[in-house]
Each structure stands twice: as structure tokens, then as C-alpha cells.
Design a protein around this ligand. Sequence first.
Ligand SMILES: Nc1ncnc2c1ncn2[C@@H]1O[C@H](COP(=O)(O)OP(=O)(O)OP(=O)(O)O)[C@@H](O)[C@H]1O
Ligand SMILES: [Mg+2]
Length: 214
Amino acid sequence: MVGAGEVRAFIRRFAELIAEHKDELTALDAAIGDADHGTNMDRGLQAALERLPGETATPADLFKAVAMALISKVGGASGPLYGTAFLRAAAAVGSKTSLEPADVAALFRAALAGIQERGKATTGEKTMVDAFAPAVAALEERLGQGAGLEEALRAALEAARQGSDSTIPLVATKGRASYLSERSRGHRDPGSLSTVLLFQAAAETLAGGSGAGA
Ligand SMILES: Nc1ncnc2c1ncn2[C@@H]1O[C@H](COP(=O)(O)OP(=O)(O)OP(=O)(O)O)[C@@H](O)[C@H]1O
Ligand SMILES: [Mg+2]
């Protein structure tokens, strides 16, 4: 069962992983963007932690607080994109206080749809979508095969990692990196790494992992 405690642990772990990888994310963005992805995401998630509502908050309330912080505190492309993702996740869970594995898959599916509607990117364009889309597909596929949530989230994380790796040889056609055209080849997309961290946080917390209930 995934409740508000697990969702809170997930958000905290995502913020922690972003803080730990801030310099790496920024270095990746320095190669093909404007060297701000780590600082952008860290600023947004630290603001989210400050605004997290209290004990009576539902999963949707928690997702909404993150969305608002990301949208208002992150100027770059990633703030509105991840902000939309968290808003859609909130809408997908509605007023539920306890999420079944299928609800978890649905919230990540909705988040991906939000990112794609907002950013108009599909896979193969060297963006966060290259990690997010295969992760959601793997999550759904493993659950469909009867796997438990923990195993399915681990498969999602592995798919996100592979998806992020797949951005390295690609030429960017969306976002700032697209200004470099051929010169964007050979570098990992920074947003694809922040998405790996999001699925890492999910795998570690949502299925009652180490941080659950914190
Ligand atoms: N249209 C898009 N759809 C999906 N993801 C996108 C899009 N544009 C950019 N991104 C993601 O955002 C990341 C860059 O986020 P960052 O926080 O650095 O914002 P930014 O510097 O304003 O972005 P950009 O470099 O795109 O202008 C990229 O690595 C990519 O994964
Ligand atoms: Mg940038």
C-alpha cells in the first residue's frame, strides 16, 4: 500500500538525490546547455520541501505542493515540465489516500503525458522523455506480468537508466541543446539524469523501501 507517508518519503528522497547530484547535473548542462540544470532542480525541490503540507495532506496535496514550487521557483524549461508532471500526478491520484500499484503506474503515465504535452518532445529528441517514457512502459509491463510494485519500480529505474544512456549519441532537437545541433552528440542529456533520480527515489520509497513512512 502506498500512502501519503510513502509519497512524502519519495519527494524527500528525490530532493536529496538531486542535491547530491547537483554538480553532475549542472556539468552535463554545461556541455550542451547553459549550466543550470542542477541548480534549477535543487532550488525548486528545496522550495518544495519547505512548502510540504502537514500530516493530514493527501498524496495529491503533496504532489501539488511540489508542482507549485517547481513552477514558481525554476525559470528554465525543466521547472514547468516537471511541475506539470507533478500536477498531472496529483490529478491522477485524485482524493485517494491509499494507492494500489496500478494507481502508481497511472500517476507516472499521467506525469509523462503532461511533460510531453507541455514540451512537445517524443523519444529520440535527447530530453528527459527518453528516460521517462521507457521507465513508465517498464513499470506498466512488469505490473502487467504480475510483478509486485517494488520489482516493477526497479525495472522502471533500470529502463530510465538505459534511456538516459541512449541520449548520449543523440542529436538534440528540443530545448537549448538543440541550438548545438550535431555538437550535442556525445553528451548525456541532463534532464534524462534527473529523471533517473526521480525513478531511483520512487524505487527506494514508494514500495515500502528504506525511506518508507519517513
Ligand atoms: N521540450 C522539451 N521536452 C522535454 N524535455 C525538455 C524539453 N526542453 C528541455 N527539456 C529538458 O530540460 C532539460 C534542461 O533543463 P534546465 O533546467 O537546464 O532548463 P533550461 O536551461 O531552460 O532548459 P533548456 O536548455 O531546454 O532551455 C534538458 O536536459 C531536457 O531534458
Ligand atoms: Mg539549462
